[in-house]
Design a protein around this ligand. Structure first.
Ligand code: AKG
Ligand code: FE2
Length: 274
């Protein structure tokens, strides 16, 4: 984990010109500059005070034909090996390891929903997940919520689960009851060596609200901050619809079925300028 953070810092300390060479492409891989994303347009007066870098599953040669027309599926972008030796190798290794950890948590979620342990690993469900690392770097400015300035605006993650590693600098807050008014925000204390696991909106939809996605935001205190999110989401074509065990005549499905890919596209459209 230390190595991943060290490499992440090295990337973000490159010149803007270098970083823009790997600007986020149409498959959503690569660099996202400061203010590029606005996670809570209803409250924010400017974009999130963070820059980021997306890394997803690498497209294998033999899959090119099948995957390449699909949004989110494609090869990664990498900074040059001369500039950042070992960077790609570190990130690929981390992707493999964090995906393994994520799969274990998903098994536990299946058991908690009284499903067979491997329910979500079945073909067409999450056997070929959209699994993205996102390196993040927050600026050293101070967030002013009254003025709509946030490190990351309030949001819940879009997919199944997120495994979030932070560098120990505070800033992450959660709201336990997203329907409360006014909302109550609590600091999440960094725990060395541990991930914060956020439940996402697709899990909420699948479980008909039994599992609630976690509303969270980042409030900056003037100290630079680094974090690394890993978003683990169902296959692009997986239809996310209320699980039979989570609904009944008296508790009908609260959300219409939607494919994972289309849901993600809609959510990204709302938070990115292009
Ligand atoms: O940096 C953090 O602690 C939170 C990041 C986050 O919420 C996200 O990228 O979705
Ligand atoms: Fe998030």
């Amino acid at each position: 984990m230390e190595k991943v953070f060290a490499q992440s810092k090295k990337f973000f300390s490159l010149s803007t010109e270098e970083k823009m060479k790997v600007f986020r492409d149409k498959k959503n891989r690569g660099y996202t500059p400061f203010l590029d994303e606005t996670l809570d347009p209803s409250q924010q007066t400017k974009g999130d005070c963070k820059e980021g870098f997306y890394i997803g599953p690498e497209m294998k040669e033999e899959e090119t034909e099948v995957w390449s027309p699909k949004p989110f599926h494609g090869p990664n972008q990498w900074p040059s090996e001369d500039l950042l030796p070992g960077w790609r190798e570190t990130m690929e290794k981390y992707h493999e390891q964090v995906l393994r950890a994520g799969r274990k948590i998903i098994r536990l979620l299946a058991l908690a929903l009284n499903l067979e342990m491997t329910y979500f690993e079945k073909p067409g469900v999450m056997d070929s997940p959209m699994a993205y690392i996102r390196l993040l770097h927050y600026s050293g400015e101070v967030s002013i919520p009254e003025k709509g300035i946030y490190g990351a605006g309030a949001h819940s993650d879009y997919g199944m689960i997120t495994l979030l590693a932070t560098d120990g600098v505070p800033g992450l807050q959660i709201c336990r009851d997203k329907d409360a008014s006014p909302q109550v925000w609590e600091d999440v204390q960094p725990v060395p060596g541990a991930f914060v696991v956020n439940l996402g909106d697709m899990l909420e939809r699948w479980s008909n609200g039994l599992f609630r996605s976690t509303l969270h935001r980042v409030i900056l205190t003037g100290e630079e901050r680094y974090s690394i999110a890993f978003f683990l989401d169902p296959n692009f074509d997986c239809l996310v619809e209320c699980l039979p065990a989570c609904c009944s005549l008296s508790n009908p499905p609260k959300y219409p079925p939607i494919t994972s890919g289309h849901y993600l596209i809609e959510r990204y459209k709302l938070s990115y300028k292009n």
